[in-house]
Write a new protein. Structure first.
Length: 270
């Protein structure tokens, strides 16, 4: 078993995976947990891992490999420090673009967010063989990225996420309030007060931007594309995006694919 960790700008999310030889498109975590605090991630994994050891015939405290993808350097440093202190025997793998079994047709692959690349790796495994793919990730930033029909990452677009846009409206104006978008539902397009108007603009403006990017990117790809949507606000928008497939743990599954790739290479002696 191993742990995949996705370190974003606002929180860390981890998944516990099992190496398997089953024919599945992407691996799925057996357990997941999210927190803003690295110590809580380590505590959760340690407790879950130690509970499994007696059933597996291993001693409690046995090492566990961590595969980490981060777009937040301070948070990654805090997690690594915590792991070195609390679980010093555990192997740690901090992923970069060069570690992924994914073609990246850009001038500087190492400057692309690793979350975008592991998302693309997972989507590449899930798409129909003769289709390209587009991945929409709704987090602190919204990314809309493309994968070619021959499985290469081609780039995409980055725009403000829902919470980031709400914060910008509040911080760069004098009187607009800070909205809590975590509990947002689909609003009316015509707001009857300031907050309602802000919700209408945030929701429908975000949705319109995603739709336009999807339309233009699919046109640019020139063929049928499978669309996958993930991230903290994905469930809010997926029903408005046609045939988009919601994959909540897409990023963790992409990280897990890298772990399985290297496990297979190790077994083959490569």
């Amino acid at each position: 078993m191993f742990v995949a960790v996705d370190i974003g700008n606002q929180r860390l999310k981890c998944g516990i995976f099992r190496f398997t030889r089953e024919a599945v498109s992407i691996p799925k975590p057996e357990q997941t947990f999210a927190s803003q605090h690295p110590a809580e991630i380590v505590e959760f994994v340690s407790r879950a891992w130690d509970e499994r050891q007696p059933a597996q015939g291993s001693e409690q405290g046995a090492p566990l490999t961590w595969w980490i993808a981060s777009v937040n350097r301070p948070a990654a440093g805090n997690l690594l420090d915590c792991l070195k202190r609390e679980r010093p025997a555990d192997p740690l793998m901090l992923l970069s673009a060069a570690d992924l079994p994914l073609a990246v047709r850009l001038p500087a692959p190492d400057r692309v967010g690793i979350d975008r690349l592991v998302n693309a790796l997972a989507a590449e495994r899930m798409r129909h063989p003769d289709h390209s793919a587009v991945v929409v990730d709704l987090g602190t930033a919204i990314t809309v990225d493309t994968i070619s029909a021959d499985g290469a990452f081609l780039g995409g677009a980055i725009v403000l996420g829902l919470a980031s846009a709400a914060r910008a409206l509040h911080e760069f104006t004098d009187m607009l309030p800070l909205l809590n978008v975590e509990s947002m539902a689909c609003p009316e397009a015509i707001g009857k007060d300031t907050e309602a108007a802000m919700r209408a603009g945030l929701f429908w403006g975000t949705l319109g931007g995603i739709r336009e990017l999807l339309l233009r990117q699919v046109e640019s790809l020139g063929q049928t594309a499978d669309v996958f949507i993930t991230g903290g606000h994905a469930a809010l928008f997926v029903e408005h995006l046609g045939n988009a497939r919601h994959v909540p743990d897409l990023t963790l599954s992409g990280i897990a694919l890298v772990a399985i790739y290297y496990e297979d290479r190790t077994r083959q002696g490569k």
